[in-house]
Design a protein around this ligand. Structure first.
Ligand SMILES: CC(C)(COP(=O)(O)OP(=O)(O)OC[C@H]1O[C@@H](n2cnc3c(N)ncnc32)[C@H](O)[C@@H]1OP(=O)(O)O)[C@@H](O)C(=O)NCCC(=O)NCCS
Length: 292
């Protein structure tokens, strides 16, 4: 049997160019090609029927599969198991191409695209002074303002360049799929944000097989309250939640070597230097057996 290029059904899927060769082998598989233009992305989704195999034939694509991030280039194969929440994006300048195999054959009725908004949760945590409450889509006013302050960004992101608002929203929305994302409040007023996220870096996960690892990222957007103990209070509250209620074995953070205030705040919450490096960042970790 030969299915010619011209016979594939071509269509646009949210900016991705798909050519579907249809079901083969009596429906046990189907094949398509996907072109992901520069800046193109597939929304978070999952299939209740199919395993998906993406074979990259050109360019680079960043995948997020069940909360773990992979950068895939030509010749790499990304496997998305049935039921796993995933997305992919091409953050690079060159268009990317992939061969996609669905096992069994693709069925649109089994594909579920998730809402493009912050995942809600109902966890509330109290520190000595601060309170952590779920971040929602109603918090953009504060969160976008903090992310538009170069004096904050230079510490949180090592840049003073302000991202477009939609890109900032995309970060919180996508992280929230695999994290508890919080607003930090002091006396009822929002002063910052933080999250406890499933560890997303394969380089770190591989070094600790069988361990349930998480990471914390934090930003106190109100720079007038830096250095008053609120950051370490929030970190301690997140660590207690992670170990006592959410089953974490180890919690990491990655900090710029220049960010001594942040390193100190994490050390005050029990974090110590981890025996690894990640792209020039200082990796600090706290382990369940060390905490308390
Ligand atoms: C990092 C951050 C969360 C820490 O919160 P915070 O409330 O300021 O921290 P704390 O007051 O709990 O602890 C800070 C500690 O660092 C110390 N510190 C402040 N500036 C310092 C410096 N330049 N060098 C060394 N220590 C410093 C403080 O004295 C304090 O230690 P102490 O209590 O022993 O005196 C907050 O400052 C922040 O959000 N900054 C901007 C964004 C950012 O850096 N995010 C983290 C990215 S990894």
């Amino acid at each position: 049997m030969l299915i010619r290029h011209g016979e594939a059904r071509e269509f646009d899927f949210h900016g991705l160019r798909v050519a579907d060769y249809g079901a083969t082998c009596e429906g046990t598989a189907s094949v398509a090609t996907v072109e992901v233009p520069a800046g193109g992305r597939h929304r978070f989704a999952y299939s209740s029927r199919c395993e998906k195999l993406y074979f990259v034939t050109g360019g680079t694509v960043q995948f997020d599969v069940d909360g773990v991030v992979y950068k895939a280039g030509p010749g790499d194969l990304v496997v998305v198991p049935r039921g796993d929440v995933f997305r992919y994006a091409n953050w690079w300048d060159e268009s990317a191409k992939m061969l996609l195999v669905h096992v069994p054959a693709f069925d649109p009725a089994a594909e579920h695209v998730l809402p493009n908004e912050i995942r809600l949760h109902d966890v509330h945590v109290r520190g000595k002074r601060i309170a952590l409450r779920p971040m929602t889509e109603n918090d953009w006013e504060h969160v976008l303002a903090w992310n538009a302050d170069p004096e904050v960004l230079v510490w949180s992101d090592d840049t003073t360049e302000i991202r477009p608002e939609e890109d900032t929203k995309d970060i919180y929305r996508s992280v929230s799929r695999f994290a508890f994302v919080f607003i930090i409040e002091d006396e009822g007023e929002p002063i910052g944000e933080c999250w406890l996220q499933k560890m997303n870096l394969p380089e770190i996960i591989e070094q600790f097989p069988g361990k349930d690892l998480r990471r914390i990222d934090i930003m106190i957007g109100r720079k007038d309250v830096w250095g008053q103990g609120l950051g370490s209070d929030a970190i301690k509250a997140l660590v207690a939640f992670g170990f006592e209620q959410d089953g974490a074995d180890g919690i990491f953070t990655l900090v710029s070597p220049k960010n001594l205030r942040s390193q100190r705040a994490f050390r005050k919450a029990g974090f110590r230097q981890a025996p690894l490096e990640w792209r020039g960042e200082v990796a600090l970790a706290v382990w369940r057996e060390m905490s308390g």
